[in-house]
Each structure stands twice: as structure tokens, then as C-alpha cells.
Ligand binder design. Sequence first.
Ligand SMILES: CC(C)(COP(=O)(O)OP(=O)(O)OC[C@H]1O[C@@H](n2cnc3c(N)ncnc32)[C@H](O)[C@@H]1OP(=O)(O)O)[C@@H](O)C(=O)NCCC(=O)NCCS
Length: 192
Amino acid sequence: MKIEGLLVDLVPLGERFNALEHRWENGEAAFWGDVGDRQFVSLAVVKRRQEERAARKDQELHSGFGIQAKDGTPIGLFVVGDIKPHLRLGILGVQIGEPQYWGGGYGTDALLLIVDYAFDWLDLRRLWLVTMSLNARVTRQMEKVGFALEARQRRATLADGAWHDLLFYGVQREEWPGREAMIERLGLRAQG
Ligand SMILES: CC(C)(COP(=O)(O)OP(=O)(O)OC[C@H]1O[C@@H](n2cnc3c(N)ncnc32)[C@H](O)[C@@H]1OP(=O)(O)O)[C@@H](O)C(=O)NCCC(=O)NCCS
């Protein structure tokens, strides 16, 4: 199974991605994803998280994909986590673990795929995420795709010795124009 985008595909998580996650969790992507934390994460912890994810998937509280470039290279993970079935909402979590793929539109391509998937397939009605104000790639992306800035916790996280705000973004199903319309709006194209 593969959900096909223009620059990336979303594919089932499995050994190929699991094997890379330990490096990604201890790299630069984790600093941005964990809003400024720089912790060493042991292999045992990564494996336990992977098992917990699989268990939550079985209970339909979590849905995750590997992100791979069009040449098949695994570059990151995208999850809809903490799904509340009675409220039909979930939190988005993304990590492109390979920094050379940042800023090239890969994350936006993956985001459009996962939002459509969450609304059309999981039948959620609201998605949200949290980032830090320092994370310009995410704030720019949120602006581009029209997620609303719903809350700001001022100076709530510490990144490399400086305080930054936590930003909470959300989108409701009726606000989402759909991937095709968003591709058109953003002028996204497959790589030539
Ligand atoms: C967040 C993430 C998935 C975004 O994916 P991406 O492929 O890097 O993002 P895109 O290239 O699609 O979009 C980023 C936008 O920010 C812009 N941008 C890139 N670097 C920037 C920088 N340092 N400052 C300001 N803007 C920047 C890009 O130009 C692009 O905007 P544009 O399309 O108008 O040119 C990816 O960067 C990532 O995994 N980062 C590390 C982990 C992380 O931050 N996770 C998210 C936690 S909420």
C-alpha cells in the first residue's frame, strides 16, 4: 500500500523505517520536533515507542506512515496520534529525519497527503499540532496551507538556552479545501 504524492509517498512503517528511527531521534530533526529538547534517546526507548505505537494502532488510536522520496529512500515519519474516536480529532507529528530533505517541499507534500487521509479515510473532523516559534519551516508551512494559529503559550519552551513560544495550530474538516485544490493553490509540481 502506498499513498502517492508529488515528491514523496507515504508507505507503511516497518523495519526499514524502524531501523533509522534511532538515528533520527538523536539527530537535528528531534530537536525541532521535540520543541528544543536535546536528549539522548536509547535504542531500547525507541523500540519501546515503536511497540507502543503498534499497540495504539491496533486500538485505532494512532496511524502512522513512513515518508519516502520518489526514489524509494526513507526520509521520515508522519503520524496522526492521540486519536480521540469519540471527538474525531488527532494530533499530527512529523519528522523528516534527513535534514538534506528540509525546505524542499517534501514536508508540505506529505502534509497534504496525511490531512486528506485523516479527514477522508479516518473520518476525523479536526487536526492539530504544536511547534515552537523558532521553527520557521513549520510556521511558514502552516501559513501556506491555512491552518489556524489557535493558541500561543508565551516563552514556554527552552531551545539552546533561549525561551520560545509554543504555537498550537489546528484545522477543521470543513475548512480544508482538499489536496488537489491545495496543490493548485500552492503551485506544487512533481520533480522534473
Ligand atoms: C517540519 C518539516 C516536516 C517541514 O518539511 P519541509 O520539507 O522542510 O518543509 P517545506 O519545504 O515543504 O516548507 C517549508 C517552508 O519553509 C521555508 N523555509 C525553509 N527553511 C526556512 C528557514 N530556515 N527559515 C524560514 N523559512 C524556511 C521553505 O522555503 C518553505 O516555504 P516555501 O515553500 O514558501 O519556500 C521538516 O522540516 C522537518 O521534519 N523538520 C524537523 C522536525 C520538525 O520540525 N518537525 C515538526 C514539529 S511540529
